[in-house]
Design a protein around this ligand. Structure first.
Ligand code: SAM
Length: 239
């Protein structure tokens, strides 16, 4: 099996991404720690600090997977809906929430490209390490805009392209050589991790992605690079 190295039709990408996350769901959290040296926790803390969730707000955590972002936001008392296309990732999240004694989250299976929520339902929309897996990214961004209230905020945490000289090469070498090996060792699955790395390489750079967010109707868009843009927080407002 091979993922992502060849150009695949859009219809097939969704199915393949589904297969990848079903394969990795049970090992997903351990792999994140192993691959990022625990740094994904800091990036997620920083992300939620930017979102500033507040009690009484309705927040949609799209591609919420096993709940890392939702758990952090739940402390605020905001009403959080975790949506993900993959039932296996959600099932792991529901188990983790029970173990941690976090209740009150709404878990729902949904494709970011086509949401069933009515217009203007949420005060904030978050998507962490999710958007690059979506087949039709402009459609997902338009849906994010639609389900936000006026004055609502959009936040995306995603791998991007670092502009630090030399760092990108080191990261490329690390990710292409080591990550599939880690995937094999920890999750018994090198192919899924090859796909994940390739999807990072193919994702639009910061200015381009910011432009896509603007094209979806968002205003006052902003990019906050982390490690020179290895990871980035993109945000925008619906006004
Ligand atoms: N947000 C979580 C986190 O930061 O740990 C999970 C991120 S995980 C790398 C990516 C998630 O995106 C997976 O759970 C996957 O099922 C989900 N996903 C992929 N395509 C999607 C889509 N079209 N709609 C909704 N979720 C999607």
């Amino acid at each position: 099996v091979s993922f992502g190295y060849e150009d695949i039709p859009a219809t097939e990408k969704t199915a393949r991404v589904g297969h990848v996350f079903s394969n990795v769901a049970r090992n997903y959290d351990r792999m994140n720690d192993a691959m990022s040296g625990g740094m994904h926790r800091l990036w997620k803390d920083q992300f939620v600090a930017r979102v500033k969730p507040r009690e009484g707000e309705y927040i949609l955590d799209m591609a919420g997977g096993t709940g890392d972002i939702a758990f952090r936001m739940a402390k605020s008392g905001a009403a959080i809906t975790v949506a993900d296309i993959n039932a296996e990732m959600l099932a792991v999240g529901i188990d983790r929430a029970a173990t941690r004694g976090i209740d009150g989250l709404v878990w729902t299976e949904a494709n970011a490209e086509k949401l069933v929520f009515p217009d203007r339902s949420f005060d904030a929309y978050t998507i962490a390490f999710g958007i690059r897996n979506v087949t039709d990214i402009p459609a997902a961004l338009r849906e994010a805009h639609r389900v936000l209230k006026f004055g609502g905020r959009f936040f995306c945490l995603e791998f991007s392209t670092t502009v630090w000289p030399g760092f990108g090469d080191v990261y490329d070498a690390y990710s292409h050589r080591l990550v599939p090996k880690l995937g094999q060792m920890i999750a018994g699955d090198a192919d899924s991790y090859r796909y994940l790395i390739e999807s990072i390489r193919r994702f639009p750079d910061m200015p381009k992605f910011e432009g896509m967010i603007r094209d979806a109707g968002f205003a006052r868009t902003k990019v906050e690079p982390i490690l020179g843009g290895l990871v980035a927080i993109h945000s925008g407002w619906k006004i």
